[in-house]
Design a protein around this ligand. Structure first.
Ligand code: AMP
Ligand code: ZN
Length: 116
């Protein structure tokens, strides 16, 4: 499932370059172009699904795979023990700008709570 004008579908197809750090059969992890922390990686499914909620409804196993991959990213960057955050912005009011579901993996610095 792909969407013609979706930026992250274009990263999956290779039409748009990305700093890819991990790949699995069903997911890709690449560094955010505008990092908000020393580790800031996006984990996406190769298939197009707009939001985490949509993915949960249509393929819960794939959503779980995103979380497993987020942890592997944290281990690979050495932030799993200090702690990291996994964020799914959902809806424009929450800051979602790309409507191809992505897990932000943030770590490598102290992260305040609640988020600003
Ligand atoms: P969101 O605002 O939650 O939809 O997250 C979209 C994220 O994608 C933002 O953090 C952007 O910095 C990031 N982003 C946008 N374009 C690219 C790109 N070409 N390569 C890597 N990250 C990108
Ligand atoms: Zn897409």
């Amino acid at each position: 499932m792909t969407e013609q004008d979706c930026l992250f579908c274009k990263i999956v197809s290779g039409e748009v370059p990305a700093d890819v750090m991990r790949e699995s059969d069903r997911t890709i992890a690449f560094r955010d172009i505008n990092p908000q922390a020393p580790t800031h990686v996006l984990v996406i499914p190769r298939e197009h699904h707009p939001t985490a909620a949509a993915l949960a409804s249509s393929d819960g196993d794939l959503l779980a795979e995103l979380i497993r991959e987020a942890h592997r990213v944290a281990v690979a960057d050495g932030v799993d023990e200090t702690g990291y955050r996994v964020v799914f912005n959902t809806g424009s009011g929450a800051g979602q700008t790309v409507f191809h579901v992505h897990a932000h993996v943030l770590g490598g610095r102290g992260l305040g709570w609640p988020p600003g």
